[in-house]
Design a protein around this ligand. Sequence first.
Ligand SMILES: [Mn+2]
Length: 165
Amino acid sequence: AAAAQQATNPLEHDLLTQPVDPAYKGVHLKFPLRRKDLEALIDSFRRKKPHRLHAKYVAGVLIEAVEHLKRLPNLNQCSTAVSKQVTICGDLHGKLDDLLVVFHKNGLPSPDSPYIFNGDFVDRGKKGLEVLLLLLGVLLVFPGEVFLNRGNHEDHVMNTSTRNF
Ligand SMILES: [Mn+2]
């Protein structure tokens, strides 16, 4: 069932049922997220001046990702037994262009070509939210082919007190 349609609390419900203005020109996403949604999101983020993604869809990705991540073990194994290559990418730090280049060169994740993203997805760069949404997006659309390792910038402590990074 669509995690994003199963709001577990009133806040989630409100976030997921926000109306979308008919004049909205950005991407429309459906949940559970599928490859075509992810491709539309990537196309949108590639634009020089992308339309802002509606908060409803941002919430949809986050809520579906939380449900997915809750079910994963703390330790995961990524094997090269099936794949020809494993792409390991670390310290994106909000640099969306770098992530888009990696996907352009190595393609979207597949059983043949899994990805490990070592942490530090956000902070420093300007597009931390876009980077995080794409990483969570590939995690949801290609489960078992994407591994996200938390970095110190994904630690709660980094988001409190003085932002000293
Ligand atoms: Mn770092």
